[in-house]
Ligand binder design. Structure first.
Ligand code: ADP
Ligand code: MG
Length: 587
């Protein structure tokens, strides 16, 4: 038990439980005792019926009745003790799982945390560990009880009158067989499909809710969210398939349980044909009460099977994170001299992609130079910039900063050297002060104010009720895209790193904000190496050098005038851009 294919979930649970593993075993043993105690009242019941039928000493009835009550209550308390043990172990396992996951996540390359990746990881850290907790706390002791109780009942049934007992067992066993056929091999796969369908549906739903403004503004319907609709359809189809898959066995199961009485009637008829014996009446009455219980307890085993599949799925998801490759920290730490950046034959291919996103790029950026990456959408600009901060490690080639391969630089040092401002900059739900200070923990109030001023944020602070202490996202305090952008620039100003990467950072700013954002960038980029990626080619005209990418390859480089003279890809892109501006102006 405990294995599906080569996945040993109990062993894994044991690893996460550490010293608390013994508590799981103890919980199991105590649950077994409680299961045995629950059988005793059924013996008392048989005694009581016998006394009543035979008209023996009726004083004994109350003795057995009280014994039944006491054992029932006793079994309950013992079971609570078992739950206590398994709960302590379960919470420990969940805590250990979460901290292992968090420790692992910190070492993962940043590239994993895109929109999609973050949602998945969050679900796994929250939900999959919670599923494991539920399983250990409740399903493990339940499973012990579910296994022992029917065995105990069957022993009793056969002990009192094995002939009637055997006949009564026929439907119970048939029902059990029907149920087990539901739980067959395909089930694990089905559970996985179910979890996947749920996952897609929930992430598409989030996407949909985010898009509601668009839907309303443009008078569209839910059907315009094709992926969301498809995910609902998929889920619906899964549910129908699953229900149909279970229809026959479920019918068999219900028929068997309810047919128990027919079998009891038949056996009653068979055994009482030659005259009624009071002991037979006793047994038959007893079986009318007890036999259905056998099937009911057997059902619990089936449910525990379902819980186990949910658990295995959850643990596999946790392991899928634990097995991700971590960003390797080189043991020989070197110190960079200066901030020159050098790329030698750098290529990068995303996992599972068929082509390189960046292919064989070599270039040098001198300290203090302002350069731009330009190219059509999907040409690899973002990927190239992300490789510089080790969002991923290069597939081949090398990246050096200050003469040292970035893999040999301590991660912390690399992060100090480079600031990154993205298009969709995120602020956390905290005060503006803390949001800016994230880039330099321990910075003073004056430093933060200075950074905000440099980043042209004064007007934002002034209009907010609590100024710099206003918590963003609370009580309807939201900032516009451009305003958020300026706050993140203040972050970068405070960090004051020598290298600055701006990835399409002005793309969404509204005209009023754009001038401010641009002014903030100019301030920020003074005396720094600046790498900018820009849609609006007007912003790259003044760059010292422009690198033009196409399909992951570096195709041209030079300053604006040189590239315009070349009449290549850059000129084409720039002409297109100029035309789109004219079009906008004339429109
Ligand atoms: P750009 O920034 O120039 O628009 P990107 O660097 O974002 O281009 O993308 C370069 C190529 O890599 C594209 O073909 C894109 O589809 C692919 N790509 C980008 N991100 C991922 C990812 N997370 N997984 C797989 N492929 C990706
Ligand atoms: Mg990009």
């Amino acid at each position: 038990m405990g294995k599906t294919g080569n996945f040993d979930h109990m062993k894994l649970i044991g690893q996460y439980a550490g010293g608390h593993k013994k508590l799981i075993t103890l919980g199991r043993c105590i649950a077994a005792v409680s299961a045995v105690l629950t059988i005793i009242p059924f013996y008392d019941l048989w005694k009581i019926i016998r006394i009543a039928v035979n008209g023996e000493n009726t004083d004994d009835i109350s003795f057995y009745a009280w014994q039944a009550v006491l054992f029932t209550i006793g079994a309950l308390f013992v079971y609570i003790a078992a739950l206590l043990c398994t709960h302590i172990a379960a919470f420990r396992v969940q805590a250990n799982m979460r901290s292992s996951l968090m420790r692992k996540i910190i070492t993962l390359p940043l590239g994993i945390f895109d929109e999609d990746g973050t949602g998945k990881i969050r679900r796994i850290v929250n939900d999959s560990t919670a599923a494991t907790e539920t399983y250990i706390a409740h399903n493990i002791p339940d499973k012990v009880v579910a296994a022992i109780t029917p065995v105990g009942l069957i022993v009793l049934i056969l002990a009192f009158n094995w002939k009637i007992g055997l006949i009564c067992m026929i439907p119970a066993i048939l029902g059990f067989v029907c149920m087990m056929s539901m739980m067959g091999k395909g089930m694990q796969q089905k559970m996985k499909e179910y979890q996947n369908a749920l996952e897609t549906m929930s992430s598409e739903a989030t996407e949909y809710v985010r898009g509601i403004p668009v839907v309303k503004t443009f008078g569209q319907t839910i059907f315009s969210f094709k992926k969301f609709k498809a995910s609902i359809d998929d889920y619906g189809k899964w549910t129908t398939d699953y229900t149909l898959h279970l229809r026959t066995p479920m019918m068999g199961f219900m028929t068997c349980i309810n047919a128990i009485f027919i079998f009891i009637v038949i056996s009653a008829y068979m055994f009482t044909r030659d005259g009624i014996l009071s002991s037979d009446i006793l047994d038959i009455m007893y079986y009318i009460i007890v036999t259905p219980l056998v099937t009911v307890t057997l059902t619990k085993i089936a449910y525990s099977g379902e819980a186990e599949m949910t658990l295995i799925d959850a643990m596999k998801r946790v392991e899928s994170i634990m097995q991700l490759e971590t960003l390797k920290e080189s043991t020989e730490k070197k110190d960079a001299t200066g901030n020159d950046i050098e790329l030698n034959n750098v290529s990068y291919r995303y996992n599972g992609a068929v082509r390189d996103a960046v292919s064989n790029v070599s270039l040098k950026i001198r300290q203090g130079e302002h350069i731009a990456f330009v190219g059509p959408s999907g040409s690899g600009k973002t990927t190239l910039a992300e490789l510089l901060v080790r969002f991923f490690d290069v597939s081949s080639g090398e990246i050096k900063i200050g003469g040292v391969n970035i893999k040999d630089l301590p991660q912390k040092k690399l992060m100090e050297m480079i600031s990154f401002v993205f298009q969709d900059s995120r602020l956390i739900k905290d005060s503006i002060f803390e949001n800016v200070r994230m880039s330099k923990p321990g910075a003073s109030w004056e430093e933060v104010m200075y950074a905000l001023e440099k980043a042209q944020c004064k007007d934002i602070i002034e209009k907010l009720p609590k100024g710099i202490d206003t918590v963003i996202g609370e009580k309807g305090t939201y900032l516009s895209g451009g305003e958020q952008q300026r706050i993140t620039i203040a972050r970068a100003v405070l960090k004051d790193s020598p290298i600055l990467i701006l990835d399409e950072a002005t793309a969404f700013a509204d005209p009023d904000n754009e001038t401010k954002v641009q002014a903030a960038f100019d301030e920020l980029a003074k005396n720094k190496t600046l790498i900018m990626i820009a849609h609006r080619l007007s912003t790259v005209v003044n760059a010292d050098r422009i690198f033009v990418l196409d399909d992951g390859k570096l195709v041209e480089n030079g300053d604006h005038n040189e590239l315009m003279a070349k009449d290549g890809l850059y000129k084409r892109l720039f002409d297109e851009y100029s035309k789109s501006i004219e079009w906008k102006v004339s429109a």
